[in-house]
Design a protein around this ligand. Structure first.
Ligand SMILES: [Fe+2]
Length: 124
């Protein structure tokens, strides 16, 4: 969304960003893309004009691609971002499995199946 009232919006610092500052900037950029998706979809849902709905939805989907690009950039910059995403994914999958949510992955179990345990299951 527009940030014109902020007089510092779009200003480039006199020095280059540190790696840590760049990571924070990219996180802000992700938030900006998510806010844009929210706005475009709200506008698309608020109209009966089919062309406007199609264009706004298409733009929202392009912003979703940008989110993916920025998240991949964050992953490369931080070196450990994917570990956190994976942990969050597993937490949701576990909860979804516990309540039997549609589309839920199988609940995460601590014990990995072994050949022996699979044989015992077959015999039972
Ligand atoms: Fe974008």
């Amino acid at each position: 969304m527009p940030d014109f009232f902020n007089p510092f919006s779009g200003m480039v610092p006199e020095r280059k960003l540190t790696k840590e500052e760049l990571i924070r900037v990219v996180r802000l950029d992700v938030a900006g893309e998510l806010e844009a998706i929210h706005g475009y979809m709200a506008h698309a849902e608020a109209t009966d004009n089919e062309l406007a709905k199609a264009v706004l939805t298409d733009i929202a989907n392009e912003e979703r691609v940008h989110v993916g690009e920025l998240l991949r950039l964050l992953s490369i910059l931080t070196g450990n971002e994917d570990e956190f995403y994976k942990k969050g994914t597993l937490e949701v999958d576990t909860l979804a499995g516990q309540i039997g949510a549609a589309g839920a992955a199988a609940p995460v179990t601590k014990e990995e199946p072994t050949i022996g345990s699979l044989k015992n299951t077959k015999e039972a």
